[in-house]
Write a protein that binds this ligand. Structure first.
Ligand code: SF4
Length: 159
């Protein structure tokens, strides 16, 4: 394990992909960064540069016009990585798939909703929006999964 990887083992860098939605989840993520919740005390750093990130967090229902952007960000995030879907919209479309709210600008061609229809998702954080405490709890699960993935990748590289 290189020095940089060792130093970042418990200090993941995070990229946030906003894929539609009402911004409620984004505000809760911002709240998690404020001194009251202080997610940075866990070593987490919001970088918004997928090329250096370990964790990709997704908010919003991922309508078709954001799908190519999300795919590109996912591909730019190096392996091993963890993907988190934050909020009901990112998990399954949320309020945007409710009957009578059929808006052409957010429609998905296949009627399959949720970020995991576009990219693989490792951790789901429910809520509309989820509270900062839930986001931090989800991140703690993400860190465990990330450590497991890194161990597997290292084992595969030493064979
Ligand atoms: S889950 Fe709720 S709060 Fe979050 S983006 Fe969707 S509608 Fe807004």
């Amino acid at each position: 394990m290189g020095l940089i990887n060792w130093a970042r083992k418990k200090s993941p860098w995070i990229t946030h992909a906003h894929c539609g939605g009402c911004n409620g989840c984004d505000i809760e993520i911002a709240a998690a960064l404020t001194p009251r919740f202080d997610i940075e005390r866990l070593g987490c750093l919001l970088k918004n540069n997928p090329r250096y990130s370990d964790v990709l967090i997704i908010t919003g229902p991922v309508p078709k016009h954001t799908e190519p952007m999300l795919l590109r960000i996912y591909q730019q995030t190096p392996d091993p990585k963890i993907v988190m879907a934050i909020g009901e919209c990112a998990i399954a479309g949320g309020i945007y798939v409710e009957e009578g709210y059929d808006n052409y600008s957010i429609a998905r061609t296949d009627n399959a909703w949720g970020a995991d229809k576009v990219v693989p998702v490792d951790v789901y954080v429910p809520g509309c929006p989820p509270k900062p405490e839930a986001i931090i709890y989800g991140l703690s699960i993400a860190l465990k999964k990330l450590a497991e993935k890194k161990l597997k990748a290292e084992a595969a590289n030493t064979r």
